[in-house]
Design a binder for this molecule. Structure first.
Ligand SMILES: Nc1nc2c(ncn2[C@@H]2O[C@H](COP(=O)(O)OP(=O)(O)O)[C@@H](O)[C@H]2O)c(=O)[nH]1
Ligand SMILES: [Mg+2]
Length: 391
């Protein structure tokens, strides 16, 4: 799929920077991207997004120093300077774009407040779907971050065509600081969503049996709401490695064959390997932990060397996913890629009943009530401005 990324705020910019890097590394032309921020230093820290594609907004208001955790300010500045942003997108050129993806951390200020406003404008101006890839804050970041994330998410599900979530708190390790985890988490994000967003790309690795095209991703996401992604890989045995071994080759080869049935996978075996990989992807840790049985639609994608993938495995995996989710629409295909690994992703689209989001909304309500008490005391209304923008 040809994707136009807009990295909004610090987290968004860093992650889009990595998507662009992966594009440069693989020689693909599927991704293009720009970064938008109120903080100059965040933009300066990027490495792969071209300088002319880094857009500083709110200069007259915050003078390049960012909005902190004030997502009202993030929304207002975006609203006031939407022309600057839309011009930057135009200048980059949207030719061939099949989807816009706004990437933002939902707990902060610039991305949290700005992403919903930008989503609304993009939808007004362009026909292509507008998706958001949002990162949820960890509770330890503080209640204000949860509050921001809840407000941003509530608005985003109305403005965007679908919201992919990644829950920072589910992905950081015990004892690891959230800041220390970001590099690693960003790699996990780009690895998973990179496969999904690249699906349908015709690469050097040949033609797959069942290559999916962008419209299948778009149709899977049509229900809107919130979506989550599962991922698993398996390593293929390496025949070159084996032939490099000298003495005892014969013996070793025989035992290896017994130990590593993957060496000679054919037909049925290949299919069950695909099925078990897809099961691992869906039952393992999802980008947004959720009850997969609530998903309205799903998409299964298996990436690897074409001779290791087969139609039957993907069909089996699709049926298995269909038996396990709420809806009956399960799409799927393969993605030829020259690799020592086979990777599977399962997109669970339009999920409901996520305890993490229920918790987030509870925290937000507590804060809202506390704020209202403060408002009464001070005679000011704190919670009006962002809501006003969307009435
Ligand atoms: N996964 C991930 N999350 C991040 C990263 N940086 C910040 N975040 C999250 O995003 C939220 C917003 O932070 P930030 O992007 O700095 O805010 P903004 O610049 O005002 O949009 C934080 O509360 C974190 O939960 C990052 O590099 N990776
Ligand atoms: Mg920041």
């Amino acid at each position: 799929m040809k994707v136009f990324f807009i990295g909004y705020g610090q987290a968004g910019g860093k992650i889009v920077d990595k998507f662009i890097e992966s594009n440069l590394r693989t020689g693909s032309d599927s991704f293009r991207g720009i970064a938008i921020n109120t903080a100059r230093t965040d933009l300066m820290g990027l490495q792969h997004i071209a300088f002319e594609d880094r857009v500083l907004i709110g200069q007259t208001v915050v003078k390049g120093h960012g909005v902190g955790t004030d997502n009202d300010a993030g929304a207002r500045i975006t609203f006031d300077e939407i022309d600057i942003i839309m011009n930057a997108i135009d200048r980059k050129g949207i030719g061939g774009t099949e989807a816009f993806i706004i990437v933002a951390g939902l707990g902060g200020g610039t991305g949290s407040g700005g992403a919903p406003v930008l989503a609304r404008y993009l939808k007004k101006v362009y026909h292509e779907p507008v998706y958001v890839l949002g990162m949820l804050p960890a509770p330890e970041e503080g209640k204000l971050y949860s509050y921001n994330a809840a407000r941003s998410l509530a608005t985003l599900v109305n403005e965007a065509d679908n919201v992919f979530l990644f829950d920072n708190s589910a992905w950081k390790n015990e004892g690891e600081s959230i800041k220390g985890a970001f590099e690693r988490l960003n790699d996990e994000i780009v690895r998973r969503f990179g496969i999904l967003f690249r699906a349908g790309e015709i690469g050097a690795a040949g033609i797959g049996e069942m290559v999916i095209d962008s419209s299948e991703i778009i149709n899977t996401l049509r229900g809107g709401g919130i979506s989550s992604l599962g991922y698993a890989i398996t390593e293929l045995s390496d025949p070159e490695f084996e032939s490099e071994r000298g003495i005892g080759k014969l013996f070793r080869r025989q035992t290896r064959r017994e130990e590593r049935p993957e060496d000679k996978l054919i037909g049925e075996d290949k299919a069950s390997r695909t099925l078990s990989l897809v099961r691992r992807a869906m039952l393992g840790r999802l980008t947004m932990p959720c009850d997969y049985t609530t998903a309205a639609r799903a998409l299964v994608l298996v990436a690897g060397p074409p001779n290791e993938l087969d139609r039957k495995g993907i069909e089996k995996a699709k049926s298995w996913v269909e038996e396990n989710i709420a809806g009956v629409e399960v799409r799927g295909g393969d993605f030829p890629a020259q690799s020592r690994y086979i990777a599977a992703i399962v997109l669970l689209a339009t999920i409901t009943n996520t305890p993490r989001i229920t918790k987030l909304i509870e925290t937000a309500k507590e804060i809202k009530e506390a704020n209202e008490k403060l408002d009464e005391q001070s005679g000011m209304k704190m919670d009006e401005s962002i809501d006003l923008l969307f009435e």
